[in-house]
Design a protein around this ligand. Structure first.
Ligand SMILES: [Zn+2]
Length: 69
């Protein structure tokens, strides 16, 4: 299942933000063969704790990257 990933600025490790439900992945276009809308973030960013190092950081929507493996 594809996942949205975020990159921790403290330890430089990627961790999953959310999984992408199959119904959101439509067989249209895009670099990975389907088009997916990014999840909405609160204005000003989303505060999350890194599961690797425990550091809390504020993430922006544009920082989401797609992992499809
Ligand atoms: Zn971290």
């Amino acid at each position: 299942m594809p996942q949205w990933m975020l990159n921790c600025p403290n330890c430089q490790q990627e961790f999953p933000h959310s999984e992408i439900p199959k119904e959101k992945a439509s067989p249209l276009s895009g670099p990975f063969g389907f088009l997916i809308e990014k999840p909405l973030f609160p204005e000003g960013g989303l505060k999350l704790e890194c599961p690797n190092c425990g550091e809390s950081s504020v993430y922006k929507r544009y920082e989401l990257t797609l992992r499809t493996d």
